[in-house]
Design a protein around this ligand. Structure first.
Ligand code: ZN
Length: 264
């Protein structure tokens, strides 16, 4: 069965614009206003806000369509998983190269200047005020939206969805799914990986990088924000982006992982 978002979910989406300001997120409710979890997708989109433009060399290098700019397949997975779990999904609209929502504000890759050997023209000559503008108008509203939606539905678990390339700087990744945890959900991560492997989807825990090394920044902000300390937890999925762009593969993986995610 394919988990496709229905038209009703689209009609419940948060508007892109508020008071004339374009927002760096799209929120789709999965058909219910109560849920144990909220899904986030920090690298869903590769658009730029009005008034911002890719540089000529960025376009010549095809940068906007590469994994440097966004996570191919992650937006589709997030909305389809949200529909299956009846959970809201908060998804970015603008490229991670414009401002990376999964980085701490002080990170030197908040607005990355190099991708492999390519100098990112979009981010040349950034000033402190232009970085502050990106943070205040696009970075913070996304994180506020995750918190707002989590409070609306009563979410206890944050699930962040990402994709990775099969070849990163010469390092080949043959596995299809990484399930990441940082401080909690070690048992759930291992169970999910076991279920995926038992169903023929080659998966690993804390790969291709570890959730303990700061790569779950955004969803760990959610889990540390709860009004009662320790009540929330986080989990992150990394899917290899070639297989994650296939609707049948996404549907199979969602069918395997959703029963456990519903009970967390
Ligand atoms: Zn990502």
């Amino acid at each position: 069965m394919l988990h496709q978002a229905p038209r009703t979910a689209v009609r419940m989406a948060t508007r892109y614009f508020s008071s004339g300001v374009s927002l760096n997120f799209e929120t789709v409710y999965g058909g219910s206003l109560t849920s144990n979890c909220v899904i986030t997708c920090e690298h869903a989109g590769n658009d730029l806000p009005e008034g911002s433009h890719w540089g000529e060399s960025d376009l010549q290098a095809g940068l906007p369509s590469k994994h440097w700019a966004y996570d191919p397949g992650a937006k589709e997975f997030s909305s389809e998983l949200g529909f299956c779990l009846k959970a809201p999904a908060v998804m970015s609209r603008y490229s991670r190269l414009f401002v990376d929502l999964n980085r701490p504000i002080a990170s030197h890759t908040l607005a990355r200047q190099m991708c492999d050997n390519h100098i990112v023209d979009l981010n040349m000559n950034l000033t402190p005020s232009s970085i502050a503008d990106r943070i205040s108008r696009y970075y913070l509203p996304y994180h506020f939206e995750v918190e707002r939606v989590a409070c609306v539905v009563g979410a206890r678990v944050g699930i962040s969805v990402h994709t990775y390339t099969c070849n990163y700087e010469g390092s080949l990744r043959d596995f299809e799914v990484g399930v990441l945890y940082s401080t909690k959900n070690e048992g759930a991560a291992h169970k999910l990986v076991d279920m995926l492997n038992n169903n023929g989807v080659y998966s690993k825990v804390n790969a291709p990088w570890s959730g303990k090394d700061g790569f779950m920044h955004s969803i760990d902000c959610f889990s540390h924000n709860g009004s009662i300390p320790g009540q929330r937890s986080s989990l992150m999925f990394e899917f290899r982006n070639d297989v994650c762009q296939d609707v049948a593969w996404r549907s199979k993986v969602i069918s395997i992982i959703s029963p456990l995610l519903k009970t967390m």
